[in-house]
Design a protein. Structure first.
Length: 331
């Protein structure tokens, strides 16, 4: 029996039977997926975003329990925590809101596959066809059961999480790292050339590897903006005190202020003592998020720029609970 990808099985072929169920108004019918293909949080999130009500990763649970007593429970706790983080990044706090949301972007699949199985998801880069995906399943099946011995086939490390010579390609390899270290320790043209040749010769593993520099005539140096004008438009991402911790939050603010750029408080706001007594560590961009953390008149007038996040009422619970503890300690 050949196992097809769990997602394609869930969606039910070219016509997408689950999508037809949704169109018929039966979106609340539970869909339980029992599969051995779910290993990590991303797999779980994909199935739920595509419509699954619950997922039972029986093989992952079995392997975790065999590895260590209680491993299945720890595995479940780990993927549950990871799934909450996935939802929190999008401002979602319930599985019901995430289910069948198609909140992901498809990369490397043919347009026909996207239209059949990912009709509501964004897709910007084509790639494998449905026939190629099914051929991958055949190849894995053949590889797993090709042994002529009577013993059970052994699981092979495919190199998904660490480099393996015959496994999945990674952006770096031991040889690439060695050449880079050699160049860092001895920055000669020969060492750089050896590093660059290997780096440029490897096959593409990310979307950025498909980009090429377009040749063009250089502009006069006098037409280029001065450094100060360019840096003035730079800004850090909005990362809260609770997410980063006080030390990293302060370091980013100081660095951006010295560059003449801007840093962002994030949704957690800022300790008043910072902008009162240590302005060089104050964030020039201050967020307003549901008026939870010290959004006062003084906080607002101390900002060079205000960012309104009050429409995002659903935040990462772990982050804002830590935020409240840190502010309570600091005050």
């Amino acid at each position: 029996m050949l196992l097809t990808p769990a997602y394609l099985g869930q969606e039910g072929g070219d016509e997408g039977w689950y999508q037809e169920i949704v169109r018929a108004g039966a979106w609340d019918v539970p869909l339980i997926i029992e599969t051995g293909q779910v290993i990590e949080t991303h797999h779980l999130a994909m199935l739920i975003a595509a419509g699954a009500s619950a997922v039972c990763p029986y093989l992952a649970l079995q392997l975790a329990e065999e590895l260590k007593p209680g491993g299945a429970l720890r595995y479940r706790e780990a993927v549950d925590l990871g799934l909450r983080k996935v939802l929190a990044r999008m401002g979602i706090c319930t599985i019901g809101s995430y289910r069948n949301s198609q909140l992901f972007e498809v990369v490397g699949l043919d347009q026909d596959v996207c239209e059949a199985f990912f009709e509501d998801a964004g897709a910007a880069l084509g790639g494998k066809s449905l026939r190629a995906l099914l051929q991958d399943s055949l190849d894995r099946h053949t590889s797993a059961f090709a042994s002529n011995t009577n013993s059970a086939p052994q699981l092979r490390d495919e190199g998904l999480y660490r480099f393996r010579q015959s496994g999945e390609r990674h952006s770096s390899s031991p040889e690439l790292v060695r050449r880079m270290h050699r160049y860092v320790k001895s920055p000669s043209p020969e060492n750089y050339r050896a590093y660059a040749e290997l780096a440029e010769a490897r096959e593409p593993v990310a979307v950025r590897d498909l980009f090429e520099f377009a040749p063009a005539d250089p502009i006069a140096l006098g037409e280029v903006e001065p450094e100060d004008a360019i840096l003035h438009r730079f800004s850090t991402q909005a990362m809260s005190l609770g997410a980063l911790g006080p030390e990293a939050h302060r370091t980013l603010a100081i660095a951006m202020n010295r560059l003449g750029a801007r840093s962002n408080t994030g949704e957690g706001g800022e300790d008043p003592d910072v902008y009162r007594t240590e302005p060089e560590a104050a964030n020039r961009v201050k967020q307003v998020a549901s008026a939870r953390f010290g959004v006062t008149t003084e906080y607002l007038v101390r900002a060079d720029e205000l960012e309104d996040q009050r429409s995002r009422l659903l935040n990462n619970g772990t982050s804002w609970r830590r935020q409240r503890r840190l502010l309570a300690i600091s005050t």
